[in-house]
Design a protein around this ligand. Structure first.
Ligand code: AMP
Length: 287
């Protein structure tokens, strides 16, 4: 079936039709990570809608909204190749007509970790995601673990606002050398890309330590948060990047875990490499 490109609400309603739909919200500049989301969506519903919208609400005044990559024709080719039913690609005025007053508040969770560095970011994310949910009316929506706090906040919104939508998460897709795929990777010079590898190396070092020390056959207590973070920090020391944070947090709340914490935790990192801000994370089990 031919891909439908909907640029306004009326076209979207027609394109959606009735029946079960999976939504994949994106900001475009689609890469293998987005393809993995679309493939998961196709497993979950017979019809997939991809939204492509660079949401001004989630960018701070000093951030890269105006230079964020916009590659619509190539993105449509990706969607065609992946069997997407419809792409919703509205202009900002379609999403935010004049007179707008009401938006979603992301609460305390929106002010910590990534939210502390990007004030207002999660309010902007949740507002656009709720609007996309209302416009597309998906049965299920698919998000990447790459943006772990975003995924946790969307689950929170669905629970707190009783949204009748199932949320699916997929693991982070990486380059063979470990770099997490991101639309922003295209900003990196070859040297910066090399520097950026310190982020995934740091996360993997921590992952290895947690897995080795936490293995039941080791008979020893697992490495605690302090040792795990130190293992990651050792990989970042000396790298030519400006670290925003390296935190070990509860996956549901993004509160930092204490030394006695056991169970799943997320080690999340954010740094600027040259002019490009990158984030990454891994899920660990502390025992
Ligand atoms: P973006 O276009 O960057 O706003 O991302 C759209 C969706 O793709 C979000 O749910 C992201 O978490 C997800 N995503 C981005 N990069 C990756 C990746 N490397 N692996 C898996 N999902 C990703």
């Amino acid at each position: 079936m031919e891909l439908i490109v909907a640029r306004n609400r009326a076209d979207l309603v027609k394109a959606r039709g009735e029946g079960r739909v999976a939504l994949v919200p994106t900001m475009g500049a689609l890469h293998e990570g987005h393809r993995a989301l679309i493939r998961e969506a196709r497993e979950l519903a017979p019809r997939v809608v991809v939204s492509i919208f660079v949401n001004p609400l989630q960018f701070g005044p000093a951030e890269d909204f105006s230079r964020y990559p916009r590659t619509l024709e190539a993105d449509l080719d990706v969607c065609r190749a992946e069997g997407v039913r419809a792409v919703f690609t509205p202009q900002a005025a379609e999403m935010y007509p004049p007179g707008r007053q009401v938006s979603v508040s992301s609460g305390h969770m929106g002010t910590i970790v990534e939210g502390a560095v990007r004030p207002g970011h999660f309010d902007g994310v949740l507002t656009v995601v709720l609007k996309l949910f209302n416009l597309v009316r998906p049965d299920v929506a698919v998000f990447g673990q790459k943006d772990a706090q975003q995924l946790a906040m969307i689950r929170r919104m669905v629970a707190d606002l009783d949204l009748p939508i199932e949320i699916a998460g997929i693991p982070t897709v990486r380059e063979p050398d470990g770099l997490a795929l991101s639309s922003r990777n295209r900003y990196l010079s070859p040297d910066e890309r090399h520097t950026a590898l310190a982020l995934s190396r740091a996360l993997f070092a921590a992952e290895t330590l947690a897995a080795e020390t936490g293995a039941p056959e080791s008979g020893a207590a697992g490495a605690g948060p302090a040792r795990i973070k130190a293992a990651a920090r050792a990989e970042l020391d000396g790298a030519d990047l400006a670290l925003d944070y390296l935190v070990l947090v509860d996956p549901a709340t993004f509160a930092e875990v204490g030394e006695s914490y056991t169970g799943e935790a997320i080690l999340a990192v954010a740094a600027k490499v040259g002019g490009t801000r990158l984030i990454d994370n891994v899920v660990l089990r502390l025992s």
